[in-house]
Ligand binder design. Sequence first.
Ligand code: 4AD
Ligand code: MG
Length: 480
Amino acid sequence: MIAERRTKIKELLNVSTYGTDVVVKGWVRTFRNNQFIAINDGSTINNIQAVVDYQNTDEALLKRITTGAAIAVKGKLIESTGKGQKVEIKVEQLEILGDSDAEKFPLQPKKHSLEFLREIAHLRFRTNTFNAVFKIRHSLAFAIHKFFNDRGFVYLHTPIITASDAEGAGEMFRVTNLSFDNPPRTENGEVDFKQDFFGKTTNLTVSGQLEAELGAMALGEVYTFGPTFRAENSNTTRHLAEFWMIEPEVAFADLNDNAQLAEDLLKYCINYVITNHPDELEFLKNRLLEEEKQKPMDERSEMDLVSKLNFVASSEFQRLTYTEAIEILKNSAPNKKKKFKYLIENWGADLQSEHERYLVEKHFKKPVILTDYPKEIKAFYMRLNEDGKTVRAMDILFPGIGEIVGGSQREERLENLEQRMRDMHIPAEELYWYLDTRRFGTAPHAGFGLGFERLVLFVTGMTNIRDVIPFPRAPKTAEF
Ligand code: 4AD
Ligand code: MG
């Protein structure tokens, strides 16, 4: 048995002293010529090569070195003569930790489609693509906490089970422990949720914003970072039913402060990955170039992944109002030539992703911060402008992604807020606690929500949001 402590492959690939004894544990990626084992232990997307002296190794043992098997090897670290690697291990002792039946193991040493890998999400971590994606996802989460911590924000844990609908859009998953076969009923025959676990109807949260606002109105600057749930039946490459959201909320801040905070956060995160993940980005860049070869010329990206990230991290985001955007869209070629699926005819139209992408990818060619939307198409809590028609909303639109951030300056004036809630049929009695912040020491404040998976999607250059969360939840999809 190999009892010594293992060294991670990432470390070994960086050393330049040869001849030391090392132990490596990992999974076999390939085994060639009965001699060369490519081992990966997850610490890096790069494998280390271990060379077996097959003439002096038991045949039965060699047969068990199959793709997917977990092994331990002990041997000398030597300079490699093969190309593409500096070091390799001359194996002295080899142990199979866990066999992998080559006939049944679904991951073969060849390229698999992302669709196929999604079906075996429990094993896709063992590919370079998903190794890189989930390392970057981890680093982005870390960078977000670091960014806010360095600025003195308080990480607030908002509830996952709530009795409210923060967005007022009615896209919630009910949480109950009542029996479906024989639920308690009221006198008029309706299900009696008073007898449910919480004594009322509850659901999974769609956003931690309302609670974050309560925190901000005392702690000053807070942020949430947790899972949120939406029962919207959107089967797209940008939507999940369970996604993670970062929601900062800042007291004494207006929409400009809010936009600046979001721009700073996004750039910080992108730079963090550029600095800390050169290998993963290089790999993902090449993956994307390869993928785009299948597409017609005019659908390929103008920049490769790394250039795109550097470009976004160094360009000033374009700020403009919804009204200005509508003018641009109305006069745009795809609108005039009726190429848009939804033509822009009047002020007040909701922007579809085709419009957002036109603004970002064709017109400005950089990230866009759109502000001051018509109140009819935005949530009840956004601050009404002097014109009485628009609200202090902001959406940040990213190339290839569309909306990545949604936020606003909040309506801090009690009467205005109550009016908006009446207009939009938001039950004010149930949200008495939210309105209390406007009753007791109200103050201007603002915040936004950053969709974490959309950020990961942008930074990794992946094209389907289901490939940047370990186990995606979407309509008819809840495996693993
Ligand atoms: O624009 P949304 O709905 O805004 C809110 O929830 C506000 N309460 C945020 C706030 O002001 N505190 O969602 C915010 C972001 C979107 O811009 C998008 O990036 C992401 O969350 N998002 C989704 N991501 C994946 N799947 C979905 N179904 C998403 N819905 C929203
Ligand atoms: Mg939004």
